[in-house]
Design a binder for this molecule. Structure first.
Ligand SMILES: [Zn+2]
Length: 571
């Protein structure tokens, strides 16, 4: 067993080694394949997790985990690796893990954007959201480009003394910068804040921020609601234009057994759900109710709130985002889909209930002071928030570097806090998958309905009854039915030589089976057997012959049963 650490951000080679090590150690529970390569040619790994002894993965209900699509959100990969480890070590030990791997299947892509991560974890890092491909222009543009100018392995903030600067030292803690009063003219000093970096084609006067050379946002690339670059920055030339996303789309589309989808991101400490571009009225009522029930489970297990992106997680109050994977997975595939934003230092600093995005734009100075205190005590003085230190900038002259080490404290949890942060999410993934539909045999029998003739053949009614024992209906969502993304339950009989059907066809379509997801109050409840179905055939054959019946559903799995033509048999 490889030595896995969950307080660590993995480089691509280390991650590859860890994944191969796990797959080699637990071949009966895990297989690893490459679903494609990144822009720079790195493998994109997909782990399939199920107990092979109880059936093949594609005949079991499944949950898909996609991690680390955004380059600096590397914690997502560590969390995905933690989930894999939780599964292989929990099988045979933990009741839920055993059940989930025996009856269901996980597909996990631990790192969708390996090129971007290699830049983020380089000795002289670059913090991108995107992959490494230039977009929308192939050539760099003028202006300030983020860079580790002093070569200390961090990209911090530059503060430049400027009589017209908007910031001044906070009286309670001079490391902290606060806004100058609206009518304040006093002697200063005042500061202008810029990302640590160098200015391409500096004219000695103006410091515009250069648009990023690598301006893609891979999580704006998905087909549902996709909009062009003019409306949605980072969307790329067309949905799935990037090799990472194309590989993922193909891998997901090739797995019609999916019932749920979770994307691992940072940060926010929140579970996000569709839609990003529509209010909740846009969801069929039963889907919204089910989302809200799963949300309760998520919050109970992880402590994170669960909210709609449209209602509670907008980057700009009047703008929407489009082309995200959770919207695609729900809207086109009709599976319950989430984006988990791991980690936030804000609640750790004791700051109660806050708005997720608006807080960054406006909050009391007391919050900043609380965060600074928390960082000094937990992450280390001068580690999480770096004391300003002088630096002779090659273009701007004397400046100071310092402030939040954002990658270390905000984009990802500090190493010592990482495992505790991600661990509950493996439980949530297991519990979520256990909610999926599952076909199970209720009973099967053959009943003699016509006596043996001279031919030695009798007439039998063969009946196979199956239940959906899962919490979700077999279609999973209403949206899946609207999109024609899911087929009905199908039953098929296979007859041995010497038998034939007296009437009808060997293959039957039996519709969808209900689940228990909408059963919340027993008041006024009634429970017709819409979770059960029967398949019947009239067979001519000799006593003792055995017919084979298979009942299958893309999302609910497969039931196989042999029925002997005997006076009355039941199993
Ligand atoms: Zn993200």
């Amino acid at each position: 067993m490889p030595d896995l650490r969950f307080d660590h951000l993995y480089r691509h080679e280390e991650l590859t080694e860890a994944l191969n090590g796990l797959a080699a150690e637990y071949p009966h529970l895990m297989t690893l394949e490459s679903i494609g390569t990144s822009y720079e040619g790195r493998d994109i790994w997909l782990a399939t997790m199920t107990n092979a002894a109880t059936g093949s993965h594609h005949e079991k209900p499944a949950l898909f985990v996609e991690a680390n699509i955004h380059a600096t959100e590397v914690t997502g990969s560590t969390a995905a690796l933690h989930l894999l480890h939780h599964l292989v070590t929990g099988h045979g030990e933990d009741e839920n893990v055993s059940r989930v791997l025996d009856t269901r299947c996980f597909y996990v892509v631990p790192r969708l954007n390996p090129d971007g991560v290699e830049l983020a974890l380089a000795d002289r890092p670059r913090y991108l959201r995107s992959s490494a491909r230039p977009w929308p222009r192939a050539e760099p543009q003028d202006g300030l480009v983020e860079e580790d100018v002093d070569g200390d392995g961090r990209i911090l903030t530059m503060r430049v003394p400027d009589a017209n600067g908007p910031w001044k030292a906070c009286p309670e803690d001079p490391r902290l910068l606060v806004a100058r009063d609206p009518d304040e003219v006093g002697p200063g000093p005042y500061w202008r804040l810029l990302p640590e970096g160098r200015i391409r084609n500096y004219d000695g006067v103006l410091v515009p921020l250069a648009p990023r050379l690598e301006g893609l946002d891979l999580n704006r690339q998905f087909p549902a609601g996709w909009r062009t670059e003019g409306d949605q920055a980072g969307a790329g030339p067309y949905p799935g234009s990037e090799p990472e996303i194309r590989a993922l789309l193909q891998a997901v589309a090739a797995r019609p057994n999916l019932c749920a989808y979770i994307a691992y991101h940072t940060f926010g400490g929140v579970h996000l759900r569709p839609y990003s571009d529509h209010d909740d009225d846009h969801l069929p009522t039963s889907d919204l109710r089910t989302f809200l029930e799963i949300a309760k489970l998520a919050t109970a297990i992880t402590g994170y709130r669960a909210v709609s992106v449209y209602h509670d997680f907008r980057y700009e109050p009047k703008e929407i985002i489009t082309g995200a994977s959770d919207d695609w997975a729900y809207d086109h595939l009709g599976v319950y889909a989430w984006t988990t934003e791991f980690w936030s230092p804000i609640p750790k600093a004791g700051i109660a209930e806050h708005k997720f995005i608006e807080w960054f734009d406006d909050h009391p100075v007391a919050d900043d002071l609380a965060l600074l205190r928390w960082s000094d005590e937990t992450v280390g003085r001068n580690v999480g928030y770096v004391d300003w230190y002088p630096f002779e900038h090659p273009q701007l002259g004397p400046v100071e570097l310092g402030g939040w080490h954002f990658f270390r404290v905000w984009s990802n949890p500090p190493p010592a806090l990482m495992e505790a942060e991600i661990a509950p999410h493996a439980d949530f993934a297991v519990r979520h998958l256990l909610l999926s539909p599952r076909l199970e045999l209720h009973n099967a029998c053959a009943e003699l309905v016509g006596a043996l003739g001279d031919s030695g053949l009798a007439t039998w009614r063969v009946r196979v009854v199956v239940d959906n024992t899962g919490w979700m209906a077999t279609n999973v969502t209403e949206r899946a039915l609207e999109r024609k993304a899911v087929r009905p339950v199908e039953a098929e009989i296979t007859l041995p030589d010497g038998c034939h059907l007296a009437a009808g066809t060997p293959r039957l379509e039996l519709g969808q089976l209900g689940g228990r997801a909408l059963k919340r109050s027993a008041l006024l409840a009634s429970d017709p057997t819409d979770d059960r179905t029967k398949a019947e055939w009239v067979v001519r054959g000799p006593a003792g012959a055995v017919v084979a019946v298979e009942v299958r559903h893309q999302r609910g799995g497969v039931v196989r049963v042999d029925v002997e033509l005997d006076a009355i048999t039941e199993s």
